[in-house]
Write a protein that binds this ligand. Sequence first.
Ligand SMILES: Nc1ncnc2c1ncn2[C@@H]1O[C@H](COP(=O)(O)OP(=O)(O)O)[C@@H](O)[C@H]1O
Ligand SMILES: [Mg+2]
Length: 277
Amino acid sequence: MTQPAPQTAPAEPILTVNNIEVIYDHVILVLKGVSLSVPLGGITAILGANGAGKTTTLKAISNLLHAERGEVTKGTIVFGGEEVQALSPNDLVRRGCIQVMEGRHCFGHLSVEDNLLTGAFTRRDGNAAIRADLDMVYEYFPRLKVRRQSQAGYISGGEQQMTAIGRALMSRPRMILLDEPSMGLAPQLVEEIFEIVRKLNEDQGVSFLLAEQNAGVALRYAKYGYILESGRVVLDGDAEALRNNEDVKEFYLGVGGEGRKSFRNVKHYKRRKRWLA
Ligand SMILES: Nc1ncnc2c1ncn2[C@@H]1O[C@H](COP(=O)(O)OP(=O)(O)O)[C@@H](O)[C@H]1O
Ligand SMILES: [Mg+2]
């Protein structure tokens, strides 16, 4: 007799980063053995201060480091069962892995709609399918439908972030690497954007790896988080456990002791965190 299938199979990873080292310009060691994984259908966050190595990690995954004179010198990255080092960034997009860059890069001189359409450049399934996905993007982002003929250079920061995410959706991704979606946006818009991330995850099954300095919002939407400091993962865990961790509260959520304080200032009088002890 065959065994019954287990009720809850362990979540299989769509992405596995195993002990990678990244060096810029042949000498600048930035990532010093980073490991992480994203389960299929998961939302995972990489948290850390400016300069921690979040963007470098995402670019290593989407194979965009060459343009920055950066190189993965150790370790492996596997997306959907394939090593990414053997693939070009476009190959990766075709396989469903796409990055939304920090600073919400849009083509400022193009309309919102043309920006969205540039996201379909790797597709070969024809215009009808692409138009259908454009309608789907407008359903998720009704603001973009209103603004579809506007030049992207003149829309608000929040609308540009939506355009950047919408453009990524046009490639029919299985996983989106989202770099600092909250940066420079008012809290209400940040919430709006993260709600859409949650909806895309729930309705379309898109997996997300988010890089965020804003740990508070990221840990409300992600299921799992990794904290990166100076190119190393210093702590990882379920989002809820991280939210309740005293050090995370103090250093990343600004709620420890006497109210809100900056991570940088705290560092001066408290040199060693508990996870370094
Ligand atoms: N192209 C580059 N050449 C050299 N150093 C870089 C380059 N890009 C980033 N760095 C350095 O790598 C470190 C990590 O940067 P980054 O990955 O952008 O961090 P984060 O996204 O967490 O702010 C920083 O010290 C930064 O100065
Ligand atoms: Mg960054």
